[in-house]
Structures are given as structure tokens and as C-alpha cells.
Design a protein around this ligand. Sequence first.
Ligand code: NAD
Length: 362
Amino acid sequence: MILMQKNIAVIRGDGIGPEIVEQALLAFDKIGELYGHTFTYTDVDMGGIAIDKWGDPLPTDMLEKCVNADSVLLGAVGGPKWNDVPGDKRPEKGLLRLRAGMGVYSNNRPAKIWPQLADASPLKASIVAKGIDFIIVRELIGGIYFGSHTTEEVNGEKNAVDVLQYSESEIERIGRIGFETARKRSGKLCSVEKSNVLDSSRLWKAVMHRLSAEYPDVELSDMLVDNCAMQIVKDPSQFDVVVTENMFGDILSDEASMITGSIGMIPSSSLGASSNGLYEPIHGSAPDIAGMDMANPIGTILSAAMMLRFSFDMPAEADCIERAVSAVLDAGYRTADIYSDGCKKIGCAEMGQRILENMRKE
Ligand code: NAD
């Protein structure tokens, strides 16, 4: 066995961020103990806490710590305290700058239902029974979120413009991630766009079809984004890998997370050309439950497992964490967000502790 040493930049962030990240770090320590690896942690301030301390949601030296780490673990940023700060100083701006600064152009979000939590899905049991297990590959550092944004006075009234722009090379690199991901799964890729209206979507579709000649083993299909939003609730079992642009992916991946039952359960990875990735749960800083030991840490702990699998090439170690999560759910332990009658309600720290106790090397 190769023993590895990895440095992780840790962004605890705001709200429930520090509580959930703490549990993920304990899981890394336990993996270190079981498998002989050494994990070291570099603390990074980002979001509201960085605004309070440094007057900037992501100071340059903090971004550098992330770029120089082996990977980055993020809790969540933002909260009502910073709602009124100017646009370029908002906590979320730190996140956009982090993604762009790390060059992570591909966001991968699994939408998977845990059989133990099937009742928590808002969909009918007959739909859930067909299975929900797909991934949304979302372009992360282009499109309308990164185009210019202007608000000007025109003819006596305010006029706002947001620019949506994609180059062929930007589409191609995310397209390749989609095809490669599909190749590792069932070989089905659904490209989602709005080519009946948008030029950027027509280019998107053309590039996907050009690439498809290089991946004859992957079956490519196209779907308009409005139809995709409907199909995700009508029959999510039809999807395996979905690839789409930034804003469509933002919206569809929230919809996909909702049908799996709890936003607190879902991890994500964002990767670019290097193995240094950004790993975070998909939810926000949940200010309504911050500091109350009520947060579900599983999305963050599973993000740690994704880091082991995708950035550190440690699949056995990732499996170890995922098995432990499944065992704790099997035993009926639930945080408040996934609680149902007959289960045992526990807090964030106890959930983390029970997962640690179930981590075993196979
Ligand atoms: P949110 O995801 O923080 O919370 C939505 C609801 O889900 C809340 O009721 C919350 O209590 C619950 N929830 C979320 N995560 C949970 C968990 N782990 N366990 C149990 N319950 C959980 O979304 P919001 O309320 O719209 O946003 C709050 C703040 O977070 C805002 O400032 C927003 O900008 C920010 N935000 C940050 C990120 C990020 O850091 N990546 C993402 C989304 C939102």
C-alpha cells in the first residue's frame, strides 16, 4: 500500500459551515489512522468571515493557499449579516472567484436516492421505485454568471444586461468531461440546452455532436432545458449523466437534489485540468439552524469521500466512508432534516461520531 501525504485547504465559512466541516475533518483523520496516510490542513478564510476579518470575501493570499493545496474542502458561505454589502464584496463573490482562480470548470453533482431515505423524496413512491441515480455535469466558470453585468439608465428607465457567452473550446472541455463520465457509468449522455432560442445553445449542441464521433461507445441525446426540468420530476430514472451549461446546471441540480429527499445529503466536486479540486456539500450556510447542532454533516462527509476518490486516487478509502454512512442510516440514525417516524433523531456531532465508529478497513 502506498502511504500518502496530502495537504487540504479548509474553508469552514459561515453559518453551519464550521460544524459540518469539523465532522469531515474527523473522517479524514480516521482514514489516516486506518490506511496510514497523513492529512494536514491549511485554514482559509472565505465568505462572511473573511469580509469581517479582512474586508474582502476572498483575499488574494487566501486564494493562493487554495491553489497551492492538494485539494480544497468547503463548508458554506453567506448569511443575512452580509445581505446588504455591495455586489462585488458579497460572500458568494468569494466563491465565484475561488472557482475561477482554481480553474475548476466542471461541477459534478450526483443525484442519488439512498434506499433508507426513499420516503423523504417528495415524488410518488411509484416513481422513486424506478430508481434515482444520475450525475449532473455543470459548466462552472463560463456563461451568464461570468459575462458582463451592467445596469444603465436608458430612455429614463433602468436597463439591465447580463451577457451569456460560450466559446467552442469552453464547451468542448466540459463536453469531454460529460462523455468521459458517461463512459465510466452506463454509456448514456444527455446534453441539455435551449437551442430553439439561444445561439450559445446552438453552438453547444453542435460541439457536443462533433465530439460524439470521438466517443462511439457513448449514446448522446439532446434535451431542451424546460423539458429536462419536467422529465426530472416525471421519470428521473431515464437519466444517467446530464451535461449542461452554468445557469441551467445550477437550476437543474437544485431540482435534482430536492427529489432525492434532503439537500443535506448531497456532495459535489469541481475539477479542472489538475487534480486539485474543490469539494463541498451542495447546500448553503443554513443560518436558521447555525450553532444548534442540528445540521446534517453527511453531504460534507461524502464530499470528503469524493475528494479521496477523484483527487487523491483512494477509492478504497472513499468506499470506507460511504459504507459507514450507509451503515449509520441502516441503523436508523437521522438528523432532523431526514428524520421520519420510528428513527432515532441525533445532532450533527453525534452523526459524525457514529459514522467514524462505523469506518472499517476491508
Ligand atoms: P441553504 O441551503 O443554506 O438552506 C435551505 C434550507 O435547507 C434551510 O431550511 C436549511 O436549514 C436547510 N439545510 C441546508 N443545509 C442543511 C444541512 N446540512 N442540514 C440540515 N438542513 C440543511 O439555502 P439558503 O437558506 O437559500 O441560503 C443561506 C445562505 O447560504 C445564503 O447566504 C446563500 O447565499 C448561501 N449559500 C451558499 C452556498 C455555498 O456556500 N456554496 C450555496 C447556496 C447558498
